[in-house]
Design a protein around this ligand. Structure first.
Ligand code: FAD
Length: 382
């Protein structure tokens, strides 16, 4: 069996961005790289949004960007100018196609369409077992969620960011397409953290997403009823549903990196690259793949890639509080948005803030639950 230098298993956002970075970097020209996925997905199966300071790497692939966001809750609501940040949207078909165009030009990178069954480590390399046979590699970058241990443990709470979205088209102009509704908590909460997320792509087209940060998923019609009620409340009546999307993103501080070894690293959602307190994964993946490329040029032991960070601890406390007091979500977010500049919030969530900025953010949220969460962690462990 011939052995490749690298195998990437799963080529969604994380696998694809990593392969793209390898294709763009001459360091990898003489490496053999194999990508394995059930199929080469080129469809609009995802809508990725993120904020970014100024222009970024994916500017040409954007579907839309907004200079302002709206935050709404019963005690604080505001349209906020996010300059120099923009809130940005990518629709996956354009993204997948754009990146594959670059990857496909590289003779060093091959794609195999096959289901991966397991990944086994041997003394002489890593074996990837698929429907089409086995492949050996020195290193494997895996984005397939084989391991769901995080759902079976209790040390770290696991919330889900779960949602159904409708892309609607209206007959007359209804939307201000300069403003993305980031979170609108002015909807029934039913003891959870629930908000509406609205992304107007033009004056007549918008994505309406009913989103929850909670433990249990809902029946499909509960999400749909919430969207219908919101549209009615906004006086939007004449519309067609052009597309729908549904998603569940795990939010947890579970230590996914414990499964990384010298020769196998889990990446993307499977590697814990989702920001635990928000569910945002796309920008993290953009950054971490860049760091991984730099890392590979100097270090061979993949288990050393993930480093401990103060932000892991902040996310842990936030999730401890939100899991214990799920009904408090609107208050927490409302305090955060009322007492801080949006630019500082974005910087904090991007894990780029200074300790002084962190303290400002920490002081802005109701402290009693957080104090109890810290105490519990000191007693029961991190
Ligand atoms: C609907 C939706 C919307 C989202 N929106 C946002 C957003 O706005 N902003 C944000 O930051 N994050 C968002 N996320 C979260 C995150 O960015 C995405 O889930 C992202 O696609 C994760 O990338 P990934 O590579 O980890 O996983 P995926 O993109 O899911 O890729 C995994 C790949 O593995 C393949 N695969 C699975 N099993 C096998 C197997 N046995 N054999 C071979 N291949 C296999 C799949 O075909 C897939 O291509 C969203 C998630 C969803 C579901």
């Amino acid at each position: 069996m011939t052995k490749t230098d690298y195998i990437i298993t799963g080529v969604g956002a994380a696998g694809l961005i990593l392969a793209y970075r390898m294709a763009c970097d001459s360091y990898f020209d003489n490496k053999s790289i194999l990508i394995i996925d059930i199929n080469k997905n080129l469809t609009n199966n995802r809508t990725w949004c993120f904020w970014e300071n100024g222009e970024g790497e994916w500017e040409e692939l954007l579907h839309k960007k907004w200079p302002k966001i709206y935050f709404g809750s019963n005690d604080y609501s505001k349209v906020i100018d996010t300059t120099p940040y923009h809130y940005k949207m990518i629709r996956s078909a354009k993204f997948y196609n754009g990146l594959w165009e670059v990857i496909d030009k590289k003779s060093s990178i091959k794609f195999i369409s096959s289901a991966v069954k397991s990944i086994l480590e041997h003394d002489n390399g890593v074996e990837v077992i698929t429907d089409e046979g086995s492949f050996m590699s020195a290193k494997v970058f895996n984005s397939i969620e084989f391991n769901k241990h995080y759902l079976a443990q209790e040390k770290y709470p696991v919330l889900q960011q779960h949602f159904i979205g409708w892309f609607i088209k209206t007959q007359k102009n209804e939307f201000d397409d300069d403003v993305a509704t980031f979170m609108d908590f002015k909807i029934p909460q039913n003891g959870t953290t629930a908000f509406m997320y609205v992304l107007p792509m033009s004056k007549t087209e918008a994505l309406f997403e009913y989103t929850l940060f909670s433990e249990k998923l809902l029946a499909k019609d509960a999400y749909e009823k919430a969207i219908l009620a919101y549209l009615k409340d906004k006086g939007i009546e004449n519309y067609t549903i052009e597309e729908t999307e549904r998603g569940t993103i795990p939010m947890t501080s579970y230590k996914f990196q414990q499964y990384n070894t010298k020769n196998v690293i889990n990446i993307g959602t499977a590697g814990g690259w989702t920001k635990a307190s928000t569910g945002y994964t796309f920008m993290n993946t953009t950054k971490k793949t860049k760091q991984l490329i730099a890392f590979l040029k100097g270090e061979q032991n993949l288990s050393k890639f993930t480093k401990p960070s103060k932000f892991w601890f902040y996310d842990l406390l936030f999730l401890d509080v939100l899991a214990q007091h799920n009904e408090e979500g609107p208050n927490l977010f409302s305090s955060l948005f009322r007492k801080n500049k949006i630019q500082t919030i974005f910087k904090f969530l991007d894990e780029e803030s200074s300790f002084t900025e962190d303290l400002k953010i920490i002081k802005s949220v109701p402290s009693i639950h957080f104090a109890k969460a810290v105490l519990k962690r000191i007693i029961y462990g991190f």
